[in-house]
Design a protein around this ligand. Structure first.
Ligand code: FMN
Length: 369
C-alpha cells in the first residue's frame, strides 16, 4: 500500500481534517450526543475483544470478497450515509460514491445530501448505491423521493429507525449550525424541505428535523414503505434483539446495528457490544451489518467474526473527502483493505467464510481461565 504523504491510518486523515475544516463543519461531522460517552465507547469497545489467530494455514491467496443483498463486493466494508458532504469537499457525495465504486464496495447516500440522487447516479453509474431514507411528515414527498431513488438505479432503501428527532449535539447548538449558503439539501431543491441554511437560535439541523420528520413513525410505516417499493429494505439503527426480530418479521432484508455514530442517545452501547445479541436473534433470517467506531482492519475482522456480513464507515469517509475528495476516500478504503488483508493473513484466514466465531472473544474469556 503506497502511503499518501505519511498518512498511513484512518486517524491520520482525521487529524488532517481537524486542522483544515472550519468549525461549523468539523463540529457537525465530529460530534456525538450529550457527553459523547458512547462516541468514545464505539471505538474503545473494539479493544475489549481479542483476536485468536490460527497458525500454519496457507494464506498465499487472501480473498476479501463478500455479497451484500445479492451484490458482489470486493471488500466487506462500505460507506455509511453521512449528510451534507459538500461541506468537506466541493465534489461531496459524488466523489465518495465514485471512490466506493473504484474500491468495489457499497455507497449509501443520505436523504440529507448536498448532491441529489440523480447527480450521484450520473457521477457513479457503476457503483452499487443504496439510499438512506428519512420518512417525512409529508408522505407524498417521501413517496416521490423513493420513486426517484428507484428510477436512478439505487439497489436498496436504508430506513433509519433511530431518528424520530435528532440527539442533542452540544457543539452544533453552540455554533448554531447551519449549511453554508452556497449549499442546499439537493434532493429537495425548490421545496420547503431545503431550509437548513438558517438557525432559529440552536442547531439548524435539529430545527429542520423537528419541523419536517415524522416523530410518529412506527412499525406500521415499515409496512407502508414495503407497500410502495420493491427495493429491499435495510433497517438502520437497531441495537436490541427485540427490535431485530421485529424488523425481520416486518420483512427487512437486512438489519444494520448502529447507534448513528453515537449522535442520538448518549449511553447507548457501543455497536460492537450490541452486535452479538442482534446476530443471534436474527439467526440468519436477514443480513446483519454494523457501523460505528470502525477505524482499522482488526475492527472489521472482529465485527465479521461476531456476526456482521458487512461493516460501514461514517466519519472516516468524511476525513478522506476533506483531504482530497475522491482520492482521499479511496485512500481510506485502501488502508482498511490493506489492514484487513494483513489481519486475515496473520490469523490464518484466506476468505471471509473461513473466519470462525471462536476467533474473536470478549476479554473476559481470559479472566475465566
Ligand atoms: C456527520 C454525520 C452525518 C450523518 N448523517 C446521517 C444521515 O443523514 N442518515 C443516517 O442514517 N445516518 C447518518 N449518520 C450516521 C452514520 O450513517 C453512521 O451510522 C455513523 O457515522 C457510523 O459511525 P462512525 O462515524 O463512527 O463510523 C451521520 C453521521 C455523521 C458523523
Amino acid at each position: 500500500m503506497a502511503a499518501d504523504r505519511g498518512l498511513v491510518c484512518l486517524q491520520d486523515y482525521e487529524r488532517h481534517a481537524h486542522r483544515h475544516l472550519d468549525r461549523n463543519a468539523l463540529d457537525y461531522y465530529r460530534s456525538g450526543a450529550g457527553d459523547e460517552y458512547s462516541l468514545g465507547l464505539n471505538q474503545t469497545s473494539f479493544r475489549s475483544y481479542r483476536i485468536r489467530p490460527r497458525c500454519l494455514v496457507d494464506v498465499s491467496r487472501v480473498d476479501l470478497s463478500a455479497r451484500a443483498l445479492g451484490a458482489a463486493v470486493s471488500l466487506p466494508v462500505g460507506i455509511s450515509p453521512t449528510a451534507m458532504q459538500r461541506m468537506a469537499h466541493p465534489d461531496g457525495e459524488c466523489a465518495t460514491a465514485r471512490a466506493a465504486g473504484e474500491a468495489g464496495t457499497v455507497f449509501i447516500l443520505s436523504t440529507l445530501s448536498t448532491s441529489s440522487v440523480e447527480e450521484v447516479a450520473a457521477a457513479a453509474p457503476d457503483t452499487t448505491k443504496w439510499f438512506q431514507l428519512y420518512i417525512y411528515k409529508d408522505r407524498e414527498l417521501t413517496r416521490q423521493l423513493v420513486k426517484r431513488v428507484e428510477a436512478a438505479g439505487f439497489r436498496a432503501l436504508v430506513l433509519t429507525v433511530d431518528a424520530p428527532v435528532f440527539g442533542i449535539r452540544r457543539s452544533d447548538v453552540r455554533n448554531q449550525f447551519k449549511l453554508p449558503p452556497h449549499l442546499t439539501l439537493a434532493n429537495f431543491t425548490g421545496l420547503h424541505a431545503t431550509d437548513v441554511n438558517e438557525s432559529k437560535g440552536g442547531s439548524g439541523i435539529n430545527e429542520y428535523v423537528l419541523s419536517l420528520f415524522d416523530p410518529a413513525l412506527c412499525w406500521d410505516d415499515v409496512a407502508w414503505l414495503k407497500s410502495i417499493t420493491k427495493l429491499p429494505i435495510v433497517l438502520k439503527g437497531i441495537l436490541t434483539a427485540q427490535d431485530a426480530v421485529r424488523g425481520v418479521d416486518a420483512g427487512a432484508a437486512a438489519i444494520m446495528v448502529s447507534n448513528h455514530g453515537a449522535r442520538q442517545v448518549d449511553s447507548t452501547p457501543a455497536t460492537i457490544e450490541a452486535l452479538p445479541e442482534v446476530a443471534r436473534a436474527v439467526g440468519g433470517r436477514a443480513e446483519v451489518y454494523l457501523d460505528g467506531g470502525v477505524r482499522q482492519g482488526t475492527d472489521v475482522f472482529k465485527a465479521l467474526a461476531l456476526g456482521a456480513r458487512m461493516v460501514f464507515l461514517g466519519r472516516p469517509a468524511l476525513w478522506g473527502l476533506a483531504h482530497s475528495g475522491q482520492r482521499g476516500v479511496r485512500s481510506i478504503l485502501d488502508i482498511v483493505r490493506w489492514e484487513l488483508e494483513t489481519t486475515f493473513s496473520l490469523t490464518g484466514c484466506n476468505s471471509v467464510q473461513s473466519i470462525r466465531p471462536c476467533m474473536v472473544v470478549h476479554k473476559s474469556f481470559y479472566h475465566k481461565l
